[in-house]
Design a protein around this ligand. Structure first.
Ligand SMILES: Cc1cc2nc3c(=O)[nH]c(=O)nc-3n(C[C@H](O)[C@H](O)[C@H](O)COP(=O)(O)OP(=O)(O)OC[C@H]3O[C@@H](n4cnc5c(N)ncnc54)[C@H](O)[C@@H]3O)c2cc1C
Length: 394
């Protein structure tokens, strides 16, 4: 090997779209997550929830409002700041569940209120959301409609002064603890692309019920709820954006959600890679570190390559998104590639750790379980392939 070879596993990100200011934020997030989240993850996973207080703490440090204007209590940053937070939370935290709970609120439920809400609606939900006082969730998926978003059947019927909502949602991240739900409803008889609207439902509304908390393969520390609505009276003031214009809101939100899933996977891959390298150098078998075995070295080289390709594609999609350029194809590709890649890398890291990987000792088994959601949530692999196919004229 040449003396010129720089030894690291690729954990640098100082090139555009990121600059020095983002690196500073990255360090701050790493310190916070390392001190106040990572040491508690095992306990929160066992408890199947993290403390609600964590939202307030993250808010206090500005992490829930990075991309929102200061007049709403935000930090006045942009999507790149949010991306740094999400990537570093995944890298230093090592818990898909904690990341899901925090991000479903700040990065998935709050943006539609900021982007499509009136000033009054922003004051009601965005401001306390950024402060970590009210927790939000996004409700699109239903027991009978997941990938087929236009096929939702939860109905909001016009009544005097508002709507009467009937139906159910499932797999809702933060669904159990959420104070408000940004909820997709059918507002015409036919529903579909031109008949969906978003209403903000609040947990104290009569007829709004958390039917159950779901038990899952991974993301144990995040609550995932099933909700039912029986003649819930929702005032017209809770309509978000235009009536029957909800499909646009869904699509706008999906791009950012999918991009963030890719960014989170990039952070998780780096964590796994670092763990694998450290273990391979330390663990001995047959009288020498296992890193001396060519098969292990090649395995890690392949993992590093996969992680680097994932990072390059994701940052490219992020650059396009940040520049306001069309990026559906790149975002869908990044989502598709990274969610499989992190699952494969988690599995390879487990293999390198042998029996210890299968135990809870290094958090690798959790990483494998957590990563399995990626090819399903936020739009499945199959749906990503359909979208990519369409963008290339198929
Ligand atoms: C832990 C967790 C958290 C979640 N959080 C949220 C949340 O906060 N809010 C929310 O609204 N949703 C949430 N979801 C739902 C998630 O987005 C859906 O599970 C996902 O979109 C897939 O929908 P489905 O499960 O109904 O699968 P289905 O749509 O029923 O798909 C079943 C299978 O059929 C395939 N399939 C479907 N359509 C096609 C097609 N056209 N071509 C080829 N194959 C196809 C799928 O790829 C999949 O393999 C969450 C899910 C989980 C598990």
């Amino acid at each position: 090997m040449s003396a010129q070879v720089v030894k690291d596993s690729g954990a640098r990100a100082v090139l555009p779209p990121f600059g020095a200011e983002h690196e500073e934020l990255r360090q701050t997030v790493a310190r916070f997550v390392g001190a106040e989240i990572a040491p508690h993850v095992d306990e929160w996973e066992r408890a199947e929830e993290f403390p609600r207080e964590l939202y307030r703490r993250c808010a206090e440090l500005g992490f829930l409002g990075l991309k929102f204007p200061e007049r709403y209590g935000g930090q006045g940053g942009d999507h790149l700041h949010d991306a740094v937070w999400v990537e570093e939370l995944a890298r230093s935290g090592g818990s898909g569940g904690v990341a899901a709970g925090l991000n479903a609120h700040a990065s998935i439920a709050l943006p539609p209120i900021f982007n499509f809400g009136t000033e009054e609606q922003r004051q009601r939900w965005l401001v306390p959301g950024i402060a970590g006082e009210k927790i939000g969730a996004l409700g699109i998926t239903e027991p009978g409609a997941g990938s087929d978003v236009a096929g939702i059947t939860t109905t909001a019927r016009r009544i005097d002064g508002g709507y009467l909502v009937d139906g159910a949602k499932t797999f809702i991240t933060n669904g159990v603890r959420a104070d408000f739900l940004v909820c997709a409803c059918k507002t015409t008889e036919a529903g579909g692309h031109d008949g969906i609207s978003f209403l903000v439902l609040e947990r104290e509304m009569p007829g709004y019920e958390v039917s159950r908390k779901l038990e899952k393969l991974g993301w144990h520390s995040s609550d995932t709820g099933e909700l039912s609505f029986t003649e819930v009276e929702v005032p017209a003031a809770n309509l978000l954006g235009e009536e029957n214009g909800g499909f646009r809101l869904i699509m706008a939100n999906f791009a950012w959600e999918r991009l963030l899933m890719a960014v989170g996977a990039v952070g998780a891959m780096q964590r796994l890679l670092d763990t694998a390298v450290a273990y391979a150098l330390d663990r001995e078998a047959f009288g020498r570190p296992i890193a001396k075995f060519q098969t292990i070295r090649h395995q890690i080289a392949e993992m590093a390559t996969k992680a680097e390709v994932s990072r390059a594609l994701t940052y490219d999609a992020l650059r396009l998104f940040h520049a306001g350029r069309p990026c559906i194809r790149e975002v869908s590709m990044a989502k598709l590639l990274t969610q499989r890649a992190v699952l494969e890398i988690a599995d390879q890291t487990l293999q390198i750790h042998g029996g210890y990987g299968y135990t809870r000792e290094y958090g690798i088994e959790r990483a494998v379980r957590d990563a399995r959601l990626g090819p399903i949530g936020g739009g499945t692999d199959e749906v990503m392939k359909e979208i990519i196919g369409k963008t290339i004229g198929l």
